[in-house]
Design a protein around this ligand. Structure first.
Ligand SMILES: NC(=O)c1ccc[n+]([C@@H]2O[C@H](COP(=O)([O-])OP(=O)(O)OC[C@H]3O[C@@H](n4cnc5c(N)ncnc54)[C@H](OP(=O)(O)O)[C@@H]3O)[C@@H](O)[C@H]2O)c1
Length: 267
């Protein structure tokens, strides 16, 4: 992993899904790179998970203040988001950042059924609320907040994507559509905002809770056993390894804003 301690300078970072898995690893991996006076806000529903992340982050860096925010993004309103962000990034004693980053990481798999069986309309609506709609609103609220509180800061938007954004997986229709939709939203953002850096990062198959669900709940037999084989053959990645690659990609600046970059791509 490239980047020396504090080399990113004073930053504000917002990480969704910070209570476990990849989001917790992003907090832990990025924190040492942030300079003195930086703030990191971690959003999730589970207080205990956020507290664990805070504990890990304190070990990783004494310079960064971590602020846990309990918010259910599937139901949070624009006002809930604005209130949380202004409360934690605003304030006269908060050093002005040169760089602000938002990691749109929170996500869910939804029902892993064939499309012919996706008859639960409420579930489908809730799925897209969390995985697509809330991302649009949170991103707009975040950009508005940054432009009013820290107008000279460089904005970087990182969308946690997936191979499923670019490849169909049987019985994973909701997940694939959500990830493809998010990638396109952020490609549009990159074209609308030439001064904002946008990255769609596919982190590879991770050895965490989401993969347990993939191995046990996937309706398609072939796909379910492919996930089990990946686990049995030791092909799943530790979250920290994937975060290391993400940091290398951000530091290298070799991608074009809006690109989809996979863990397995050459830098
Ligand atoms: N695991 C993989 O193999 C893999 C592969 C490719 C891409 N990804 C992507 O990586 C990202 C992180 O996934 P992960 O593997 O770390 O999954 P995970 O272990 O299931 O973690 C999901 C995170 O999202 C949060 N979250 C879920 N619903 C939420 C809600 N309604 N409001 C706020 N936060 C919510 C969870 O926190 P709470 O439960 O505390 O709310 C948790 O912190 C996702 O976007 C996923 O699609 C994962």
């Amino acid at each position: 992993m490239s980047g020396t301690e504090g080399s990113w300078g004073v930053c504000w970072a917002l990480v969704t899904g910070a209570s476990r898995g990849l989001g917790a690893a992003i907090c832990e991996g990025v924190a040492p790179l942030l300079g003195e006076g930086s703030r990191m806000v971690g959003v999730a529903r589970t207080a205990g998970g956020l507290a664990n992340t805070e504990g890990q982050l304190k070990k990783a860096s004494a310079k960064v203040e971590f602020i846990p925010v309990e918010l259910d993004l599937s139901v949070a309103s624009k006002t809930d988001m604005e209130t949380a962000l202004k409360l934690h990034f605003g304030g006269e004693d908060v050093p002005s950042p040169s760089r602000v980053l938002i990691f749109h990481n929170a996500g869910s798999l939804g029902h892993l059924k064939y499309l012919k069986d996706q008859v639960d309309q409420q579930h489908v609506q809730q799925y897209f609320n969390l995985n697509v709609s809330s991302v649009v609103t949170l991103n707009a609220v975040f950009m508005g907040m940054v432009r009013s509180l820290a107008p000279s800061a460089a904005i970087e938007v990182i969308n946690i994507s997936s191979l499923c954004a670019v490849q169909p997986f049987k019985s994973w229709g909701l997940y694939c559509a959500g990830k493809a939709g998010r990638d396109m939203l952020f490609r549009v953002l990159a074209s609308e905002e030439p001064n904002v850096t946008v990255l769609n990062y596919a982190p590879g198959p991770l050895d965490n809770d989401m993969q347990v669900a993939a191995r046990t709940e996937t309706a398609d037999d072939d796909l379910r056993s492919a996930f089990s084989s990946m686990k049995n053959e030791g092909k799943l990645l530790p979250c920290s390894t994937s975060v290391g690659k993400l940091i290398d990609i951000l530091n290298s600046k070799k991608f074009k804003s809006g690109d989809h970059v996979d863990y397995y791509d050459e830098l």
